[in-house]
Ligand binder design. Structure first.
Ligand code: DQA
Length: 148
């Protein structure tokens, strides 16, 4: 079982980036916690961050052929701008959960539209880093259907 976690632009600065909004954990800490959880659940987890839209598009496209079964994505600012990244997810047709650390619905008006939410299995926002763990738990359950 294989899950891919994708982090969009500026998330490499977590820890020091507006900690009142995004929390004080670094991306490395978040990824390490997810790896621990994945190992416990017996799933393979890969994490990838980029500040570049095309690089994220390439990584999503690559997911179709590399055994990825589920994607957890925080598109960060591309949430509100990127038709290209949305189209990539639609093209590979892999199920995904959209995660945001902050509650985008109680922030600026320009953050309230997502190009991803209507394609996502679900959206988690405002729960901080815990949102990623919850998304991973959901993905694991989805990939391990209960034995009848
Ligand atoms: C974010 C919310 C976006 O609006 C913002 O551009 C980000 C992070 C979040 O995780 O809360 O970079 O996706």
């Amino acid at each position: 079982k294989q899950i891919l976690v994708l982090h969009g632009p500026n998330l490499n600065m977590l820890g020091t980036r507006e900690p009142g909004i995004y929390g004080s954990l670094t991306l490395a800490q978040i990824d390490a916690d997810l790896s621990t959880l994945a190992a416990k659940e017996g799933v393979a987890l890969k994490s990838f961050q980029s500040n570049h839209e095309g690089v994220l598009v390439d990584r999503v496209q690559a997911a179709r052929g590399d055994g990825t079964q589920f994607i957890i994505i925080n598109p960060a600012a591309y949430t509100h701008t990127s038709v290209a990244l949305r189209d990539a997810l639609a093209a590979v047709a892999l199920p995904f959960v959209e995660v945001h650390l902050s509650n985008i619905h109680k922030r600026e008006a320009f953050r309230q539209h997502s190009y991803f939410s209507d394609l996502a299995e679900g959206v988690i926002c405002g729960l901080g880093a815990q949102g990623y763990s919850l998304a991973l738990q959901f993905a694991v359950a989805r990939l391990n259907p209960p034995v009848p």
